[in-house]
Ligand binder design. Sequence first.
Ligand SMILES: [Zn+2]
Length: 270
Amino acid sequence: MLGPGSHTGELRPLTILAEGPFTLGAEGPMTTTLRVPVERIGGGPRSARFDIVVRGPRGKPLELLLGEDVDPWMLMDENPPNDLGELLANRRFLAQHTYAVAASTLAAFESTLGRRMGWARGRRLRIHAYDTVPYADSGYDREDGVVRFGHRRDGRERLSVPLALYRDLVAHEVTHAILAGYRTRWSDQFASLDQFALHEAIADLVAMLSVFSSAERVEQLLDPLGSGATDLTGLDEQILLSGLFSFGDGLFSHGPARQPMRTPVPTGWR
Ligand SMILES: [Zn+2]
């Protein structure tokens, strides 16, 4: 029988949406797999480093479980429903997706810098994956140490769309939280606009690269008709004509209304 300590350094696979709920693969929403550090996960889900809070229909936080009842170290990976309506309503998958993107973003910084990253003001980070805030108020709040994701109506679906289902948005806001702990003076009350701009630039880059790290999505952008193996002859021209180079244009718009997600700095930033 292995004790909990033997899990140290292990990674476990978790399925997430490769980009968001409206990016489709062959049989439903396009997914990809992240390998996240093994941690003991409590209800919430709550890990050693941060909490995910998902509110139910009456606004009460749900105590969602990602691990097995008998072994909280053992993550249970679930696939999202193929039906869009069911996906938007599925809070268990929303928690899994948000947790995995946040854990993997944090792990990317920690493995690159070779050390643990603390949160701003020494507080635990709380990520509200389905909150009651207006969707335009989604974002990281340094004073409270929380990231909030609202939800919004979208002309494409009857149900409200949780913004946390967009991988880039979760990666972006968690990067703000990591940077706020890493360099507190970049975002305190004396910080200048260029320091906030640096925050935004790094958060945008991490967000964009997080989606590009999905081979499934990049293959689809290179070969939108799904014709099979991309012809390597003349690949340069094909790449330029593919969606790959316009991909960044659509980030952070997320919806037919074409409203930018971001709101002006610096009273807290988005
Ligand atoms: Zn931002």
